[in-house]
Write a protein that binds this ligand. Structure first.
Ligand SMILES: Cc1cc2nc3c(=O)[nH]c(=O)nc-3n(C[C@H](O)[C@H](O)[C@H](O)COP(=O)(O)OP(=O)(O)OC[C@H]3O[C@@H](n4cnc5c(N)ncnc54)[C@H](O)[C@@H]3O)c2cc1C
Ligand SMILES: NC(=O)c1ccc[n+]([C@@H]2O[C@H](COP(=O)([O-])OP(=O)(O)OC[C@H]3O[C@@H](n4cnc5c(N)ncnc54)[C@H](O)[C@@H]3O)[C@@H](O)[C@H]2O)c1
Length: 452
């Protein structure tokens, strides 16, 4: 039986849930299809629970700093309250009833199942076909890449999902991949007493960020007892007697009780039926224009568009798709000032282009660097004050095209820099602003002075 509706949203993760909910609230008849949990990766296995873990690890680290500042504190890490908080407060034990009710409360029709596009405007789920008068929105996200390393398949390795759901910590953990997931979780687990080794194929962790960020993150992880094996590729995995052995292309193998695979995420387009609407299902993402249109009557938002796997990106794109579908005015997508924060301690925030990316684009680059410990607030803060501000300016236009703000609350200090990149505030104006004393963001003024 074919049911007529205005909009079908496939995948109710961060982006899809936002689009489906807002369009339903606007009075359209919306069917939202989700085969797992409404809300997607972020609330159940991503941002939210991982940041709860990080908050807990940071509390331990701060307590350990008491000795340098305020006397004595005895720290005995216990994972039980962290696991409980993730279960009870973050995920409702991985139950999305509240989210489903929120969507249907807005007037949306919810269908649990795997949606497949079967032609222009048509989506099939569990034998029913929904025909969308206005169109289809795809918000199907990404899942963890599991590499075809000999010996890995069939072992009880973790992806982010098992790592987030863990109730009992292993004694030791090998982490494959030194990107955002690898470094954030490596630091948390190390702070709870797990012996962690990070294996990264490239010559530095957080390789997409500034080299200074990689150095800072490496020093921070080292300080927490994490062993880093950079420039090393896993060639073979052994699993015997409850123990993983990761054989590398160089150096001694890494032996650990558990293995976390965190080498990136990929959209799974193969089963979505995209050929029926002329979209390449062998691609690694769905191409969209600056209105999130992937074709006639079809939009895509979030991770699946390949513009950066961030919740704020999914929300931003959702807003644009909603406006486009409702025929409302508004600016097109603009990716010049994409902020991102790696929530290690210190936090590493960045926006726009790195120095290397700017140079690759032929931009005449000037950079400025200042160290947080040398700023008034950094010096006052003392223990745990590592960090820096790096600015990347277009020397010709005299505007910032990128910046990194690393340190305590580095992600918060990023805000004025994101605004400066987005609004192309002249460097001269930034130089003559008043920066409150003694804040962490005041170090921005020092790095402006260093611009050369
Ligand atoms: C450990 C971890 C930590 C993270 N931390 C952060 C962070 O701190 N900050 C940040 O900004 N981002 C973070 N992210 C990234 C963030 O989670 C994603 O960018 C965000 O979830 C993307 O939202 P989305 O809607 O595009 O996709 P998803 O959240 O992946 O949702 C897609 C949904 O579509 C469903 N689906 C797929 N195919 C179908 C189908 N055919 N039919 C029905 N349903 C389907 C899936 O089940 C899923 O629920 C983190 C990710 C991980 C893994
Ligand atoms: N704080 C945040 O915003 C946050 C946190 C976690 C995840 N995320 C999002 O999730 C995405 C996925 O995170 P991720 O850490 O899995 O991926 P990633 O792409 O950030 O990093 C993966 C790392 O694994 C390395 N790698 C690839 N193959 C390897 C191999 N065979 N052996 C060793 N290393 C290998 C890569 O060189 C890279 O450094 C991120 O890109 C990010 O957008 C965001």
């Amino acid at each position: 039986m074919v049911r007529q509706v205005d909009i079908v949203v496939v995948g109710l993760g961060v982006g899809g849930e936002e689009v489906a909910g807002k369009l339903a609230e606007a009075g359209l008849s919306v069917v939202g299809i989700e085969h797992n949990l409404v809300g997607g990766e972020c609330p159940y296995w991503g941002c939210v629970p991982s940041k709860m873990m990080i908050r807990a690890g940071n509390a331990l680290a701060e307590a350990r700093r008491v000795e340098l500042l305020a006397g004595q504190a005895r720290v005995e890490p216990d994972w039980a309250p962290v696991a409980k908080r993730i279960r009870e407060e973050a995920t409702d034990t991985w139950d999305d009833t509240v989210a489903v009710d929120r969507f249907t409360g807005k007037g949306g029709q919810f269908v649990r199942g795997y949606g497949t596009v079967v032609g222009p405007g048509r989506v099939e789920v569990s034998g029913e076909v929904y025909e969308a008068r206005r169109g289809i929105v795809l918000g199907t996200g990404t899942s963890a890449v599991v590499p075809p390393i000999p010996g890995l398949a069939g072992t009880p390795y973790w992806t982010n999902r098992e790592a987030i759901e863990v109730e009992q910590l292993p004694g030791s953990l090998a982490v494959l991949g030194g990107g955002a997931i690898g470094v954030e979780l490596a630091q948390v687990f190390a702070r709870f007493g797990v012996r962690v080794t990070v294996i990264e194929a490239l010559d530095r962790i957080l390789a997409l960020e500034e080299p200074e960020s990689s150095e800072l993150a490496a020093a921070a992880l080292g300080g927490d007892g994490v062993e880093l094996r950079t420039g090393a590729r896993a060639e073979r995995i052994g699993y015997e007697g409850g123990e993983f052995t990761v054989h590398l292309d160089k150096g001694v193998p890494v032996v650990a009780e558990q293995l976390l695979v965190a080498i990136g995420r990929r959209a799974q387009l193969g089963e979505l039926g995209l050929e029926s609407v002329g979209i390449d299902s062998a691609a690694d993402h769905i191409d969209v224009d600056d209105r999130m249109r992937a074709g006639a009557g079809i939009w895509a938002v979030g991770d699946v568009t390949g513009h950066g796997a961030f919740t704020h990106m999914a929300m931003y794109q959702a807003g644009i798709a909603i406006r486009d579908i409702l025929g409302q005015e508004g600016p097109p997508a603009d990716y010049r000032a994409v902020p991102r924060v790696t929530f290690t301690d210190p936090e590493i925030g960045a926006v726009g282009l790195t120095e290397a990316q700017a140079a690759e684009r032929g931009i005449p680059v000037r950079t400025g660097l200042s160290q947080v410990p040398s700023s008034a607030r950094g010096w006052i803060h003392k223990a745990g004050n590592n960090g820096f501000i790096k600015l990347v300016a277009d020397a010709e236009r005299d505007v910032l095209v990128g910046a990194t703000s690393a340190g305590p609350v580095g992600g918060e200090v990023l805000a004025p820099l994101t605004l400066a990149v987005k609004a192309e505030v002249p460097v001269e104006t930034l130089r003559h602003m008043i920066y409150a004393y003694p804040t962490f963001h005041r170090a921005i003024e020092d790095s402006l002075r260093d611009l050369r």
